[in-house]
Design a protein around this ligand. Structure first.
Ligand code: CMP
Length: 139
């Protein structure tokens, strides 16, 4: 059965360009409930750990350095079929391939600076949520 949680980060360029409010509105309008949220900045060791699955790939260093370049907004979202529905809302990782009306089509500027992160499985949603939030920080 599909899980009801996913994890997202609004990435540094989208935050810097003042798109946080618009992206949160798209998230709420699509029926997701925010059950945890924080405005924070990743240290390089934490970003390397979060993206450890991509270590060794050509874009890894660029991704880590970008993710530490400014504040981000991290959040846990709740909705039935959360992972799949959220990935539909944000669109393809490559913004050039993202469909009209998706978050990345609107706000991504490149594959690395692609506006938002979204978990790719229920298992990773839980791992990523636990990476940023304790149980006491969820409402
Ligand atoms: P995200 O959803 O945060 O998960 C992993 C990130 O790696 C992804 O978004 C992109 O920002 C980045 N990424 C994945 N594939 C590539 C690629 N081929 N080139 C550059 N960045 C990539």
């Amino acid at each position: 059965m599909a899980g009801n949680l996913t994890f997202t980060m609004i990435k540094p360029t989208a935050v810097k360009n003042n798109h946080t409010g618009d992206i949160l509105k798209m998230i709420n309008d699509a029926g997701f409930k925010i059950i945890a949220m924080k405005y924070t900045r990743l240290a390089p060791e934490r970003a390397e750990l979060f993206y450890a699955v991509h270590k060794g790939k050509p874009f890894f260093e660029r991704l880590v350095s970008f993710m530490c370049s400014g504040p981000i907004v991290a959040a846990i979202l709740e909705k039935e079929n959360a992972v799949e529905d959220f990935r539909k809302l944000i669109g393809s990782t490559n913004p050039e391939k993202a469909e009209e009306g998706t978050v990345r089509k609107r706000y991504a500027t490149s594959m690395t600076e692609n506006a938002v992160h979204g978990s790719d499985s229920d298992e990773n949603a839980n791992i990523e949520a636990d990476f940023f939030f304790s149980k006491l920080e969820r409402y």
